[in-house]
Design a protein around this ligand. Sequence first.
Ligand code: DGL
Length: 269
Amino acid sequence: MKTILIFDSGVGGLSVYQEIYRQMPQHQYIYAFDDAAFPYGELEEPVLIERVLHIVTSLSNQHAVDLVVIACNTASTIVLPHLRASLTQPVVGVVPAIKPAAQMSQTKVVGVLATPATVKRQYTQSLIAEFATDCEVHLLGATRLVEMAEMKLRGHRVDLNEMAEIVNPWLSTQIDTVVLGCTHFPLLKQEISQVFPQARFLIDSGSAIASRVQALLGTELDIEVTELEQGGIKNLTYHTSDKSDHQALNDSLRAMQLSNVNCLHYPRS
Ligand code: DGL
């Protein structure tokens, strides 16, 4: 059994965790999210880099982590080189799935739905320039959608009218393929399909990340019980804020074989 650390600003990385866990339930997972600084899509780059480095290196050392997944597009597009320079473990990141989307699109008009930071990043522009030259690409940065995914995992209903307003600028386009370029958005796949049915394909990077993790770890199937097991759940959840009302979120976490949230005490800088 290996220990895999999965990191995001909030619940979005759970969409990636679910894909990895589905393929490799035998490993131990640590899910950590930096809700003290949420949303990352609105954060200054140097602050984001410093926080991710600090939280991920501390947890990796504390738990003898074998592999790290930065399950956040907003962080991955700037923080991966820094992390790889300071960790000995392999680090897998997630970036918008622009290449498969450009291949999949029949109208050759693609939408990229991400955070305001990701749509502005040079990394995203380079992916478009390299892999989507034959497509018209429309970028939309929406923090409100990220917040909606957070609410959904806490048991609230998603306001479809509000969501329809957000994608309204795309209604007059020929978009048939949407890149879910933020890990929060696969958690809203059903709702996005409802308000934007012209998108025949909604593409995220979850299963590609899971395959990458599997390739890096090998396919060993040695199932052990660890001393960290908590009430039958060996997978741990950490967060950074001091908010205390987690009951609804804990229900969602337990349904995914993760422990209730534990506090890391790393304040907003
Ligand atoms: N889930 C994250 C991403 O993939 C970050 C969302 C946010 O905190 O703004 O971009």
